[in-house]
Design a protein around this ligand. Sequence first.
Ligand SMILES: CC(C)(COP(=O)(O)OP(=O)(O)OC[C@H]1O[C@@H](n2cnc3c(N)ncnc32)[C@H](O)[C@@H]1OP(=O)(O)O)[C@@H](O)C(=O)NCCC(=O)NCCSC(=O)c1cc(O)c2ccccc2c1O
Length: 338
Amino acid sequence: MEGKTGQRIGVIARHLVPEPSDRSSQSVSAEPTSSPASSRDGQTEPSSSYERVHGRVPRHAVRWRNIAIVHKERLKDIKYEKGHGEGIAKITINRPEKRNAFRPETIEEIMRCMTDARDDPDIGVIILTGAGTQAFCSGGDQAVRGEGGYVGPDRVPRLNVLDLQVQIRRMPKPVIAMVAGYAVGGGNILQMMCDITIAADNAVFGQTGPKVGSFDAGYGSTQMARLVGQKKAREIWFLARLYTAQQALEMGLINNVVPLDRLEEETAVWCREILRNSPTALRVLKAALNAAEDGQAGLQELGGNATLLFYQTPEGNEGRKAYLEKRPPDFSKFPRFP
Ligand SMILES: CC(C)(COP(=O)(O)OP(=O)(O)OC[C@H]1O[C@@H](n2cnc3c(N)ncnc32)[C@H](O)[C@@H]1OP(=O)(O)O)[C@@H](O)C(=O)NCCC(=O)NCCSC(=O)c1cc(O)c2ccccc2c1O
């Protein structure tokens, strides 16, 4: 593939940082995830009364169950899995030969699985990742980019990754990006939209848009500025350099860096810790954190959560029952809290 300068796109980016590899680097911050005291086998020792009551967060590998057909359609560009006996769903962009670049079909499939995971009461947390160790996602597939967007089998030019960004933002369950290798262009934006990002020590982050004649002036720019600050966001977009996982951690772009061979293990531990906590607390906290930044759309999301909770109260149900029983509602028994 040729960029504007005649160079292959990979060459544009490759000289800036070391290539992702299968190695485990030394500059790793694999912090203990559940307790400051770690034993030699990597298991954390119980150290708090909470851990004495609930036990340590298990570190065993998740046993995945593959789901090939979602909403009656077979998945082609992605893999969708759910953990046996655990509330974890995993969505894997499965185009490693293209460094997991996405085309419109890829995005449509991810959105379908996100909807399935949202609607599944057994799922409490969703992992978004890329197949292999070379890339999380290299953004939009430049080979199918037309003049008005990315073109799929229906020949309609689309930027439907923007819909996916919004879906992740509004997802009432935490979404965790699990990043090995390149997260560049629209791929970096996807990891930014996730609630938490765990990166392998071979991960590489950055925006390539200005080098290939593209930009994301929505969440891709504004969410970045909120994460890393205005000056750094301008540097990342204007220079289109790439950054190591350690640099990304230091600038607040991601949450944790772990050795590549422990990426899924550590991600599972984070998921299990999250799953121990109150789902309602998590969903309202996410809505509140969004609302502080998303204006009226954020308030709508937070307001929806208030209604959801109110519907579960006797007071909310009194209004519904009275209507159905064709009588005036009696709200007198409900307290008017100061
Ligand atoms: C990601 C790389 C740095 C990896 O380099 P490496 O040397 O490891 O690998 P290669 O370059 O040899 O790639 C292997 C193979 O994969 C193909 N490939 C990689 N990425 C893409 C891609 N994005 N599109 C198409 N094909 C890709 C590559 O051509 C090779 O195939 P061969 O057949 O030649 O073997 C490096 O690959 C790289 O820099 N890739 C390009 C990154 C990029 O520019 N991405 C697009 C940015 S723009 C974007 O993502 C975007 C998407 C949107 O939907 C938007 C929506 C709204 C607004 C803005 C949007 C937006 O900006």
